[in-house]
Design a protein around this ligand. Structure first.
Ligand code: NAP
Length: 339
């Protein structure tokens, strides 16, 4: 934008450090909301209506809110996924969207592998038995798990996180790797001996299916009852992508009827997962509260990248990781009052 002297206004939402808020304040007037609740929602919307920039985690921003934010130029989300944001309208308005890829890749792959280990070896179920005082005799076959090493790992969406999960499996656990992706991944094939498959074939061959696709119209309910029926009855399904990639009622049914053996789930159709969900109570499910990137180090790095993106965009040096830089740089299709 190249208008460094212009007094930008920024709305910041959730979990920025004092140093990060100071970096934003150096280029803009900042209104910070630690949380948005019914008590301060009107204040947040009023601030948004004046803002040039919006930054934060779990940003709520829909079409109606965008329409009331005529000055908005940059949205910097503290996440790699942006399925919760109205990208088409932002493109039309020429609003820049920045996300935080790369810095969370390894941590999210660690989470995927933790879920793989937990589901295969029944870690949570069996640890709970110890905690509950039920370890009174040597365990028998009914509590045995299934090996991780040497099992076939199917990666659905072999992008950054999928590839990092595949590396852990192939190099750490000697797992044959199958993958799907929109495009072939010759480096995964060369380095890990991975094989690309159509989804149906991957589901039929893999012992563990790990989902790491973005959520969009194409991946909505990618794993439905038909897909689950293609999986081995001994297989586990792990999801670190987004909840709605799975048809959840179909998964509950498949787990109850042992169409598949187990699931490790970090993401859900509705979050927080309602306590009434059968997934919260099933022995063959390990459910975590959307912790894919939730380590001190990674959340700090994500927030810093989001700040650097916003400061770069507003100050004219440019963002580091943008989703739609082309739409931002070309004149907006409708005025929307933002350019
Ligand atoms: P990425 O590098 O863009 O990887 C996505 C991969 O999915 C790409 O390889 C892409 O293929 C592939 N793909 C896209 N559509 C597909 C389809 N219909 N079928 C099969 N493959 C498809 O993204 P990432 O950084 O790995 O992140 C992936 C997703 O993980 C994010 O969008 C986010 O929703 C989720 N996530 C969750 C957490 C968590 O806390 N649980 C944390 C971080 C990310 P191409 O490479 O050929 O384009």
């Amino acid at each position: 934008m190249g208008e460094a002297s212009r007094p930008w206004r920024v709305v910041a939402v959730r979990r920025l450090s004092e140093a990060q808020l100071a970096a934003l304040s150096a280029v803009a007037e900042v209104e910070y909301f630690e949380e948005i609740s019914e008590h301060n929602r009107a204040d947040f919307l009023a601030a948004l209506s004046r803002a040039h920039g919006l930054i934060g985690g779990k940003l709520e921003l829909d079409e109606a809110m965008l329409a009331e934010a005529p000055a908005l130029r940059v949205v910097s989300t503290i996440s790699v996924g942006y399925d919760h944001l109205p990208l088409a309208t932002m493109n039309r308005r020429g609003i820049l969207l920045c996300n935080t890829p790369n810095v969370l890749t390894e941590t999210t792959a660690d989470t995927a592998f933790a879920l793989i280990m937990a589901t295969q070896r029944r870690l949570v179920e069996l640890a709970n038995r110890v905690r509950d005082g039920e370890w009174k005799a040597h365990i028998g076959r009914e509590h045995f798990g299934i090996d991780v090493h040497g099992k076939t790992l199917g990666i659905v969406g072999a992008g950054r996180i999928g590839a990092a999960t595949a590396r852990r499996g192939a190099l750490g656990f000697g797992m044959p790797i199958l993958y799907t992706a929109a495009s072939p991944k010759p480096e995964l094939e060369a380095c890990l001996g991975a094989h690309r498959r159509e989804l149906d074939a991957l589901l039929a061959e893999a012992d563990i299916v790990c989902l790491s696709v973005p959520y969009n119209a194409d991946t909505h309910h990618l794993i439905d009852a038909t897909a689950l029926a293609r999986m081995k009855s001994t297989a586990a399904l792990v999801n670190v992508a987004r909840g709605k990639v799975i048809d959840e009622p179909a998964l509950v049914d498949a787990l109850q009827r042992r169409v598949i053996r187990a699931a490790g789930l970090d993401v859900f159709a509705e979050e927080p997962l309602p306590a009434s969900s059968p997934l919260a109570a099933m022995d063959n499910v390990v459910a975590t509260p959307h912790i894919g990137s939730a380590t001190h180090e990674t959340r700090e790095a994500m927030a810093q990248l989001a700040v650097d993106n916003l400061v770069g965009a507003l100050s004219g040096s440019g963002p580091l990781t943008a989703v739609n830089e082309d739409a931002w740089r070309k004149p907006a299709a409708t005025s929307g009052g933002n350019r």
